[in-house]
Design a protein around this ligand. Structure first.
Ligand code: GLC
Length: 410
């Protein structure tokens, strides 16, 4: 597929999934791309950031509108929800099949990987729109402070998620143990999640108490790598504004050094998430274990070990269509799509986008180029799907899926 064809395909998806209107419940105008018209008809936090980045290549005004709409959902304390139900008439059907933690009918009370400041930086760089940046800055500052205040109770620089969907990698096998998952299926996952929701029910919305309850308390490597990336962007956007710029660089430093000191496993040569207040390492390798590669500041030693032992090994992550969400060496690896039991093997374009940029920044341009070519091949073969079989590139999950258009930015 040449660039023109890719762009035409991506434009079809992004414009086809565009939702515009005025919400009945808050009177605000919205203009955003939903992940997929079937199954995901609302605004999702990290999807929207990815859509905005892809839109830079097609329609810069819409890229701004996407993020402006997401930021318009920020609450006064800084929190930004992971799902915003702009079109409430579609909600009943969605809630019949999905669980969403809420204290309001109209949006979730949960977060997603905090990439927003990076997306704002990219859109600002592409447009030079100072008014857009100036409007975003107080919202970004409040948001990253909210995360620190409410999600880092032990003050170590690593923020915690309170349920798997917050990490964006919903059914990853790394959560099986803490969820007590026995029935290894999407159905089993929902049943296990219901127990977490039931424990939270009386205190939903009070994240301090939820984290103290220690039911699901994950200092997730993917989330924290993205948190640090976002804070670096925010510090750059704040350049010249002191003491805020220094504040966010300092916090990014703290997060990165905590990833290195607490999550790195010297024997395995990879990063592991920490579970619970006790910070027990969850020694299961998944795509998250590679995510510190997206950070410029990871010392060479860690990068080389990750790449040599894990990324480039056909026994682990280097499959015909890399990089799978779970390495082939993990006994729980499932390359196909067992009925929506997601993040357990297939390859996703968003993690490929992250990691191809990370590998390139660390000097592995050949690996990055191959990832880009194979990702394009997958899209050419199967269209813009939610995820792909890492052996065959068979398209799986939702069709016309928004963030697969990130291919334009790889
Ligand atoms: C699934 C994914 C999540 C994504 C959402 C919408 O829940 O796991 O990361 O944000 O779908 O696409």
């Amino acid at each position: 597929m040449d660039r023109g064809e890719l762009e035409a395909g991506a434009r079809n998806i992004l414009l086809g999934n565009l939702r515009r209107g005025r919400a009945d419940w808050n009177g605000k105008e919205y203009s955003f791309v939903c992940p997929a018209m079937v199954g995901y008809p609302f605004q999702w936090f990290w999807d929207s950031c990815f859509h905005a980045i892809a839109l830079i290549h097609l329609d810069k005004e819409q890229a701004k509108a996407e993020l402006t709409t997401l930021m318009s959902a920020a609450l006064s304390d800084g929190f930004i929800p992971h799902i915003v139900f702009w079109e409430m008439e579609k909600q009943p059907e969605f809630l019949r099949n999905n669980l969403v933690g809420r204290t309001s009918a109209n949006y979730s009370s949960t977060i997603q990987p905090p990439i927003i400041a990076y997306a704002v930086e990219r859109v600002y760089e592409a447009t030079g729109d100072v008014a857009f940046k100036d409007a975003a800055l107080p919202i970004m500052t409040a948001y990253y402070r909210w995360l620190r205040r409410f999600r880092d109770p032990d003050g170590d620089g690593l923020i915690a998620v309170i349920q798997p969907e917050e990490a964006g990698t919903d059914c990853s096998p790394k959560y099986d143990e803490v969820l007590g998952l026995e029935d290894l299926s999407n159905h089993g996952f929902i049943a296990a999640l219901k127990k977490v929701y039931a424990a939270y029910e009386p205190i939903r919305g009070d994240d301090v108490r939820i984290l103290r309850k220690d039911v699901f308390h994950f200092e997730d490597v993917l989330v924290n790598s993205i948190y640090a990336l976002g804070m670096r962007s925010l510090a750059r956007l704040l350049e010249g504004t002191e003491p805020e710029a220094t504040e966010f660089n300092r916090e990014a430093d703290r997060t990165i050094s905590a990833l290195l000191s607490k999550c790195w496993d010297e024997d395995a040569g990879i990063f592991f998430d920490l579970s619970g207040i006790a910070e027990t390492p969850v020694k299961m390798v998944t795509i998250s274990s590679l995510m510190p590669l997206i950070l410029d500041d990871i010392p060479r030693y860690y990068v080389e070990r990750l790449v040599k032992k894990w990324v480039s090994s056909p026994d682990h992550f280097w499959l015909p269509y890399p990089i799978p969400s779970v390495p082939a060496s993990n006994p729980k690896f499932q390359p196909g799509n067992p009925h929506g039991f997601i993040w357990r093997g297939p390859t996703w374009i968003n993690t490929n986008w992250f990691l191809s940029h990370g590998l390139r920044r660390h000097g592995y341009s050949e690996l990055a180029d191959t990832m880009v070519t194979r990702s394009q091949d997958a899209v050419e073969k199967s269209g813009f799907r939610e995820y792909y079989d890492p052996y065959t590139a068979e398209g799986l999950g939702a069709r016309n899926f928004g963030w697969s258009t990130l291919i334009l930015d790889m």
